[in-house]
Ligand binder design. Structure first.
Ligand SMILES: Cc1cc2nc3c(=O)[nH]c(=O)nc-3n(C[C@H](O)[C@H](O)[C@H](O)COP(=O)(O)O)c2cc1C
Length: 605
């Protein structure tokens, strides 16, 4: 639709845009400058709550405190302290480094096969398959150069490209990798595994007895400081987003090898910490510590017998022999952000029964996609390694209705529980989308909602603006829970609420992820605060890859004004909160940058 034939926006929408513009102008006049990234005033390092608060109260206090407002960004340093910039690469000095081979030929797998697990024959566990797994999940994918500066990009994206997420694998004996089961830390710059600990073979085989042959464990941790260095108090949110993106890259990498991967959601923080060696204070000394995030189980095939719980007491005694000392990432820390430690503490899991939820009312693949997708443009490898964030959108590229519906359909779990990457997590979606549609052929511009859990449609209708239409598009596949809320031009609105970032208005569409927040904290307690961000990150990762496949690009948007987003959708209650933004569209390439290969060492066959 061209701008000539646009419908007149409803009065409330026009008023809202005007109101937001006025507020922004006032804030600009007051502060002389509206920054794109967080530059809130330096907050006093006080605790989140003075009294003996419950973990859930701490979470709510943290979430409120770290909102961006038009007149005040969440607290951060306010400038880039280059002298203390953290090293993006953790290394463990003294640990053996086992290089992983890079196979030139790549894997001849079509992109669509990532989402059709039955079509990929499982690869046996070997040095080569482990190498591909890490290559697709967490490796470097390019180096970029501009004038004197170079920086690397990875398969997993990261807020500010700061990469707080560290990856670990607990692998059995594998020829060419290690003769004994071991705990490895992944070193992305070298595409190598650092052997942090050798495990007692007998203890390990007892622990693994219930698991299928060729299984292993993957762990993720976060270095909060890497994000806090730039983003201050809001950094905990970004670390969680990044962990969610990485969980999706892990699941998708496993899918490329014909493997399954599931989050072990009931495992305690203490257990993860012990297993990955993160609790070994002496190995860190004064170096930055890592916060345990999650543990996932990877297997060529997860038999129905497999329980997502681990027997933590048997696994606790692995007879590990540790080696290696963590490097220091910044020479000094200008400012520390104690509220991050508080919210981290409040959201640590103490071990619980795995979540089991029923998906029987979810759509089948046919209902979601019409015809299941069994063709496409790219190989899986091209989409995974070629994924990039757009730094700007062209303001003109439109996408087809089919591409739009397909991208959204990928975000919905199917009834059979086999849709990738949603088969990695056991809870029904708690992240829903509020969409700003700008340029999709034959789809009216305006605000839309995607209720990712069909059971939450009524609750979303209840919480959003009364005047919304909740109208189905005639051409939309029957199982895709997409609703037109209000027609109109939302380009300025989308950019305004995304911290004034033009990418949110210049794409084909952008969106806010609305979390079923309070109910999640009530049902699954404070630790689930992290899971909400992980789910949001997973949604983002699927959109990143889908955009590649559609020949366009996308970008995660962590900088948005929380409450103004709620105002757009008429959400007055604190029950539902905006957790992440995303934009998808035709990118503008930055031609000033030179792209260099990720790795220049010898490629093996
Ligand atoms: C959680 C998260 C938040 C992000 N927020 C923004 C943002 O607000 N604005 C933006 O332009 N890019 C944002 N990005 C994109 C990152 O800057 C980008 O991922 C990073 O520079 C690495 O580039 P790559 O995605 O091409 O690997 C975000 C990415 C993530 C994962």
């Amino acid at each position: 639709m061209d701008s000539q034939s646009l419908p007149v926006p409803p009065l409330w929408l026009a008023r809202l845009v005007l109101h937001l513009k006025e507020v922004i102008t006032r804030c600009r006049l007051a502060s002389h400058r509206l920054p794109l990234v967080s530059t809130g005033s330096l907050a006093q390092p006080v605790g989140l709550l003075d009294t003996e608060a419950s973990p859930e109260e701490v979470v709510v206090a943290y979430h409120e405190r770290t909102k961006h407002h038009f007149q005040r960004y969440a607290a951060s340093l306010g400038y880039m302290d280059w002298a203390t910039q953290p090293d993006p690469f953790r290394r463990y000095q003294g640990a053996d480094l086992v290089r992983l081979p890079l196979l030139k030929a790549g894997r001849p797998l079509a992109y669509w096969q990532l989402y059709a697990p039955g079509t990929v024959l499982p690869e046996p566990l070997s040095r080569e398959s482990v190498s591909l797994f890490f290559r697709y999940a967490l490796s470097l994918t390019a180096w970029k150069r501009f004038q004197e500066s170079t920086w690397s990009l990875r398969a997993n994206p990261s807020s500010g490209n700061l990469h707080p997420t560290e990856g670990y694998a607990i692998l059995p004996a594998i020829e060419g990798l290690g003769e004994r089961p071991a705990v490895y830390h992944y070193a992305p710059k070298e595409h190598a595994l650092e052997r942090r600990a050798i495990l007692d073979a007998k203890a390990w085989s007892e622990f693994c007895a219930p698991f299928p042959e060729g299984s292993f464990l993957m762990g993720l941790s976060s270095v909060h400081w890497r994000e806090a260095w730039k983003y201050g108090e809001r950094a905990f949110r970004y670390c969680q987003h990044d962990a969610g993106h990485a969980l999706a890259t892990l699941r998708i990498a496993a899918a490329a090898l014909g493997w399954r991967l599931v989050l072990l959601d009931g495992v305690s923080e203490k257990f993860i910490s012990g297993l990955l060696g993160l609790s070994r204070g002496d190995d860190y000394g004064t170096a930055e510590r890592e916060e345990p995030e999650l543990l996932a189980f990877v297997a060529p095939d997860l038999s129905s017998m497999f329980q997502r719980g681990l027997n933590e007491s048997t696994a606790g005694n692995t007879g590990a022999l540790w080696c290696g000392n963590a490097n220091t990432l910044s020479p000094v820390h200008g400012v520390d952000w104690p509220v991050i430690d508080e919210v981290a503490q409040a959201t640590r899991r103490s071990g619980s029964a795995p979540i089991t939820e029923d998906f029987s009312d979810f759509p089948e693949e046919e209902e979601l996609f019409g015809t299941p997708v069994r063709h496409g443009l790219l190989t899986a490898e091209k989409a995974i390694l070629g994924r990039r964030s757009a730094v700007a959108m062209d303001g003109s590229t439109a996408i087809s209705q089919e591409a739009f519906f397909r991208m959204l359909a990928r975000l919905i779990p199917t009834r059979d529980g086999r849709s990738v990457p949603w088969d990695a997590i056991p809870w029904r979606p708690r992240i829903h989308l509020g969409l700003f549609v700008h340029r999709v052929d034959s789809v009216p511009r305006g605000l839309y909602a995607l209720a990712r859990d069909p059971g939450k449609l009524a609750a979303l209708k209840e919480v959003m603006r009364r005047e919304f239409r909740w109208q189905r598009l005639p051409s939309c596949p029957p199982g895709l829970p997409l609703y037109l809320l209000q027609e109109g031009d939302c380009r300025a609105l989308a950019a305004t609420v995304s911290c004034g970032q033009d990418i949110a208005g210049d794409g084909a569409f952008s969106l806010g992820m609305i979390a079923d927040y309070m109910d999640s904290l009530t049902t699954y307690r404070a630790a689930f605060y992290r899971n909400l961000f992980w789910e949001a990150g997973m949604v983002g990762q699927v959109l990143y890859l889908e955009a590649e496949e559609a020949g366009i690009r996308s970008t995660g948007i962590g900088c948005y004004f929380d409450d103004p987003v709620h105002e757009v959708f008429g959400i007055a209650s604190q029950e539902w909160q905006s957790f992440y933004h995303f934009t998808v569209g035709g990118p503008v390439e930055d031609t000033r940058l030179t792209t260099l290969p990720a790795y220049n060492f010898e490629e093996e066959r």
